[in-house]
Design a protein around this ligand. Structure first.
Ligand code: ADP
Length: 461
């Protein structure tokens, strides 16, 4: 049986260490705004890279014609086509396909990887028909979402800094990924071209903006996390003379690297120390889907060791890093039954542990504590962005309505997390101002968003 006498104080300490009362949220929001300012001043000026997207015109709804999108960000790549009909007809038709990337290509050469992608794209383009029509004399244009660290140099060019997420393709780092794709398409005899290279947050912003002019910020909360927003060109000192016809441009914050003033625990520090990138992406490690389950697991292991939470020994499965995923802790929190039957099954299936009701109750509390901290800190980050925008009279005080477009599996599937995020935004802004801010799920907007950016940045306009 669990020894509640020693576990209860551990839970209390965890809750204290993870607490996010209003002053902590304020500090995080202020620090986020400060770091954004520093990152806009000079490259390398802050934890936040504040990467220029070169996207300075967003979709209006008037876009017309056939456009493609290509999304490479993990073990799958996705292709999509959309036929746009302008203000009245809007999205006439879309079609998409998904291809998984063979393991060996993730460790192969640049040419092999891009040839594979180009041939997948060629196959997809071949089946175009029905409602899809390319205007006479035009080439098919692509919005290319490439979710790896890139130094963007123009709307349609960007140099790969390094592969991440398990990719180790030789010869790509330091090269323009658009040129790599263009060359592969030429080798395939495929007559298409990339008109826009976009980060997935920027794609989400563009996809949501197509439907509503008040979308100013986009946030992804999935495996990782990132955010982008609309900034005024004259508020970006490091831009040095680069002009934008609209006077505005999208800035990709790379906010996962934020680290200032976060309430962290011994469990966070240990997880970070054992990670592949110690000391990096601290905000991401505190709020995003890849890590929430793992932090919970670490807490449960300590409780099992110190207080026999699940009987005398610590189950081996529970001791395996990343055994407990964020989908599991979300499922644990959805159990409203009296005896927490579902919690018991998840613990047994995932971690191989038998639990009594008192242990299950503690597990639920631990999950809630970390979801609450994550959601509230994400909310504070959003308010930090809104505060920064306020300096140029484009924030919530000055606008009647501001929409924050949200996407990602964590936001989509974890209702408690979503509620904590909204609560923090409301607390920080106050009930009056927060009425002007709409935090809205924009599901899978990034694919269509990339195609829309190919349209807005078409070579033919
Ligand atoms: P990615 O961020 O990998 O591109 P997604 O936006 O679909 O893809 O996010 C996937 C992530 O969302 C998972 O890694 C997981 O952390 C989180 N997630 C997925 N399902 C759930 C769920 N039911 N509850 C909570 N989090 C979830």
């Amino acid at each position: 049986q669990s020894n509640l006498v020693s576990i209860a104080p551990m839970l209390t300490k965890l809750q204290r260490d993870c607490a996010t009362p209003l002053p902590v949220l304020r500090h995080v929001a202020d620090a986020m705004a400060d770091d954004m300012r520093a990152g806009l001043a000079v490259d390398g000026g802050s934890d936040l890279k504040m990467i220029l997207s070169y996207v300075d015109s967003l979709p209006t709804g008037n876009e017309k014609g056939l456009f493609y999108a290509l999304d490479l960000g993990g073990t799958n790549f996705r292709v999509l086509r959309v036929q746009l009909g302008g203000k009245d007809e809007r999205v006439i038709a879309t079609e998409f396909d998904q291809v998984s990337i063979p393991q060996d290509l993730m460790f192969g050469t640049t040419e092999d990887l891009f040839d594979f992608i180009a041939s997948g794209l060629a196959k997809f383009a071949q089946n175009e028909g029905g409602k899809f029509h390319l205007a006479q004399g035009r080439m098919r244009e692509i919005g290319f979402t490439f979710s790896f660290p890139v130094k963007q140099t123009s709307i349609d060019a960007g140099i790969l800094i390094k592969w991440t997420k398990g990719f180790a393709v030789s010869g790509t780092a330091g090269k323009d990924v658009v040129a790599c794709l263009n060359e592969a398409m030429e080798r395939q005899g495929l007559n298409m071209r990339v008109s826009a290279l976009v980060n997935d947050t920027v794609g989400t912003l563009a996809g949501a903006r197509y439907w509503d002019d008040d979308v100013m910020v986009a946030v992804i909360l999935g495996t990782g996390t990132n955010a982008c927003y609309v900034e005024r060109v004259d508020a970006i000192p490091k831009l040095q003379g680069l002009k934008s016809s609209s006077g505005r441009t999208i800035v990709n914050t790379e906010w996962g690297a934020f680290s200032n003033g976060l309430p962290l625990t011994e469990y966070d520090r240990e997880m970070d120390a054992e990670s592949i990138n110690p000391g990096e992406q601290i905000f991401e490690k505190t709020i995003s889907g890849m890590y929430l389950g793992e932090i919970v697991r670490r807490v449960l292991v300590k409780m099992a060791e110190a207080g026999a939470l699940f009987g005398e020994c610590v189950p081996e499965k529970l001791s395996t890093p990343f055994m407990l995923g964020t989908p599991h802790i979300s499922a644990i929190q959805q159990d409203n039954s009296k005896d927490l039957q579902a919690v018991g099954s998840i613990l047994y299936d995932v971690a191989g542990v038998n639990s009594d009701l008192s242990a299950r109750k503690i597990v639920v509390e631990v999950c809630d504590t970390l979801a609450k901290r994550g959601g509230r800190l994400a909310g504070a980050g959003i308010v930090g962005i809104l505060q920064k925008m306020e300096e140029n009279s484009e924030g919530v005080m000055s606008r009647k309505r501001t929409i924050v477009a949200m996407d990602g599996g964590l936001y989509e599937h974890y209702p408690q997390y979503r509620r904590y995020l909204q609560d923090a935004v409301t607390e920080l802004l106050g009930s009056e101002l927060s009425k002007n801010v709409v935090i809205e799920h924009s599901k899978d907007g990034s694919g269509i968003g990339a195609a829309l950016l190919a349209a807005t940045n078409s070579k033919y306009e």
